[in-house]
Each structure stands twice: as C-alpha cells, then as structure tokens.
Design a protein around this ligand. Sequence first.
Ligand SMILES: NC(=O)c1ccc[n+]([C@@H]2O[C@H](COP(=O)([O-])OP(=O)(O)OC[C@H]3O[C@@H](n4cnc5c(N)ncnc54)[C@H](O)[C@@H]3O)[C@@H](O)[C@H]2O)c1
Length: 362
Amino acid sequence: MAEHTGRVRVGIVGGGRIADLNKIGWLAHERGEIVAVCDVDAATRDARAAEWSCRAYADLDDLLADPDVDAVEILTPHHLHADQAIAALDAGKHVSLQKPPTTTLAELDAVAAAADRAGTVCRVFENFSSYPPHRLARRLVDEGEIGDVLSVRIVTAGGRGEGQGWVVPPEANAWRMDPALCGGGMMTFDHGFHCFQMGRLFVDAPVERVHAFINVVDFGDGLQIDAPALISWRYGGPLPRFGSWELVASLELDVLSDYYVSDDRIEIRGNRGIIWVNRCTGQLLQEPAVVLYRDGEVRSFHRVESDWAASFRDCTFDFIDAVLEGRPAQLTLAEARETLAFALAAQLAAAEGREVAVAELG
Ligand SMILES: NC(=O)c1ccc[n+]([C@@H]2O[C@H](COP(=O)([O-])OP(=O)(O)OC[C@H]3O[C@@H](n4cnc5c(N)ncnc54)[C@H](O)[C@@H]3O)[C@@H](O)[C@H]2O)c1
C-alpha cells in the first residue's frame, strides 16, 4: 500500500478520451505512478498499457485483486460509476471518481457508505474547481475585492465539432446521448456538473431553488441532445442572491480550443466590484483569463496559468497528496452530493416545468 512504498500506484479504469488529461498528473507527480489499466475494449486497453508501460486487465475484479494497485481512477460511463467505486472501496483501494459521480443521490449515498467502511480516500474528480483562473477568482472573492457576492452568471458556448479542437470518437458521445447511461442530458447533466459546481464555488450559501428551461432534441432510440438551456437559481441566506447558466450549442461557431470546442465564462458580481473569468476549456476571444473591476479601475490577470490541462494536473496532485497525507481530497463526497442534488434539481425542474427546491431531492 501507499503507506509502505511512499508512492501512490494507480489503476486507471476506462482508458477513453479523457484519460489523455487524467494521466497528466499521474505522470508528472514524483510520487504517483500508473501501474495498471482496465478497459473492456481490447484495442484501448492494449494501447494504454503500451503507452503507460503498465499491466492491462479486461476485468475490474482482476485489477482490484492486484496488490500493487493502491488507488483506482474511474473514467467510465456514468451508469457504471457507483458499482465500480463500491467494488474498489470494498477491495480497500483509494478512489478518484470522475464527475458526475453517480446518476442518482441513492447511488452516491451507497458509495459514501462504502467509503466509510473502507476508510480510504474517496473523492470526486471535478477539475473546474482546480482550474487556476477559478481558484484566483475565489481568492479575489475571499480577499473582499468585490464585496458581497450578489450573483454568479455562467455562459457556455458550444461550437462546431468538426475540424477543430479534439477529435471525440462517436462511441464517447453515444452513451452520453442516452440519459439512461448518462444520468441526464449530455450538456446539462454531464458538462453541467462542472457548471453547477461553479455555481456553488463563489458563494458560501447553499443553492435552494432552481428553475430550468432545457430544450431537448430527440433523435429517437433513446438518444437526445439537451440544448439550448437557461437555468437559474436562488441561494439561501438573508441576501437576495441569484445565479444563472446559459448554454447555447452553436453548430457553426468556431471556438479555438486544444480540447473540447466549448467556451465557458463566468461573471461574478459583488456589491463593490465584478470579476470575469474569460476562459476555461476553450479560448474563444483570447482575453486575459481573469479581469477584476473595482472603484473605477480594471485589473487584468495575464500571468495566471490558464491551459485547461493544468486543472487536471492539479486535481490529480491533490488526490495523490491526500492519499500520502491521509487527508480528504476535493471534491469530498459531501460536497459532490450538494452539486449532484443541484444538477438533478435542474433536470427535474425542466422536465416538470416548475421551480424545484433542491431539498425535494432528499
Ligand atoms: N472532467 C472533465 O472535464 C471530463 C471531460 C470528459 C469526460 N469526463 C468524464 O470522464 C468519464 C469518461 O468519459 P470519456 O469521455 O473518457 O468517455 P469514453 O467513452 O471516451 O471512455 C470510456 C472508456 O470506458 C471503457 N469502459 C466502458 N465500460 C467499461 C467497464 N465496464 N470496465 C472498464 N472500462 C469500461 C470504454 O471502453 C472506454 O474506453 C465520464 O465520467 C465523463 O463524464 C470528464
């Protein structure tokens, strides 16, 4: 185990598209090491085993029986997350589980119960929280630069998928377009988990009420795309504070990106100033990553590291360090539960055409 070797040796479960970014931290951290991969697809499994010089398993149980595996990083479709995480915890492994952690709160509660039994580190991998410009924005809020936060506005622009950004294989989209496997819409639930987490990041009050317009384009055979969408919410506490997330998929829009063709930007308004985070996955307009307005003056933060990959590296570093130090890693399951309830409240609000109290989700 990690305690004896001084290293955290990981088995990566699911070697698909996002493994290209999840691997970075494991390769860069001097005390992290990829020792195994598990994938049901033989070609993916063999390619990753060759790339990472590690063992390959077709079956998760075989990877979990490997005594050299201290931790498991789960990068599979969402309907598999709960069972795989619980199996890994019951095998005594530390677990990093890609967002969204599960498709329901009941599944997440079962994962939490398994984590309590195991006593190992179990966290949800949500990298927008680790993105350096988002961390800088949170620090500026903490330092009182904009006073009390009054609103958080998130805008996502999805662009033309062909000929720019990453090549995303059709298999990686197929399961996402099926809400039974994804847990909700591929835009508002899968990508949405990040945006709901951002909705929570800058305000120290729970999200209490949610309203959502989500347009669903139905292709038949259970396949759907959920865009455009306009989701709004109210935070608890004495101040009237609101947030919103507007998502538009513009099928002929060029979005400069080294990754997904998606541009996410955030505007945080306080009673004294405003912060803009102008980029994340994509680089649509190439402005400074963070801009602060206060007292008639504008400060632009050009030097903050803003490659989206840095968020993956730092999120993985936090997990490795947490295992070595015996402390929780971000997101804790309790934090992730609040974000999942928020995400599910938005799905319910759109489906039923009404405002939903997050507490209704349980
Ligand atoms: N943090 C982010 O920004 C981000 C971005 C993309 C994806 N993700 C998350 O990462 C996860 C994977 O997404 P992806 O885009 O890489 O998907 P993908 O479809 O490209 O890869 C999934 C992989 O899992 C494998 N797999 C399927 N069933 C399996 C099983 N039972 N056991 C072992 N392997 C199995 C598939 O063969 C495939 O190689 C999802 O949770 C997704 O939401 C996060």
